[in-house]
Design a protein. Structure first.
Length: 71
């Protein structure tokens, strides 16, 4: 499956966790788990956590598999 995530995501530089959830990518609780376990890199501005568009695309591409390869 070849998905063009670049065209699917809004043209923003940074997304806060609520925006990521609102887009329908990852729920906030799951995003926090991925961040704290080192699977997603973040930008922290004050107390708010943001994820870059580039990082979201990298994560989605590295975790997209053809359905026949999922066990």
């Amino acid at each position: 499956m070849d998905v063009n995530y670049d065209s699917l995501l809004p043209q923003k530089i940074l997304f806060n966790l609520k925006e990521v959830e609102d887009i329908g990518i990852i729920k906030t609780n799951m995003a926090k788990k991925l961040i704290y376990n080192g699977f997603l890199e973040v930008v922290k501005i004050g107390k708010k956590i943001h994820i870059s568009r580039k990082e979201l695309i990298r994560y989605l591409e590295s975790n997209t598999y053809p359905s026949k390869n999922i066990a």
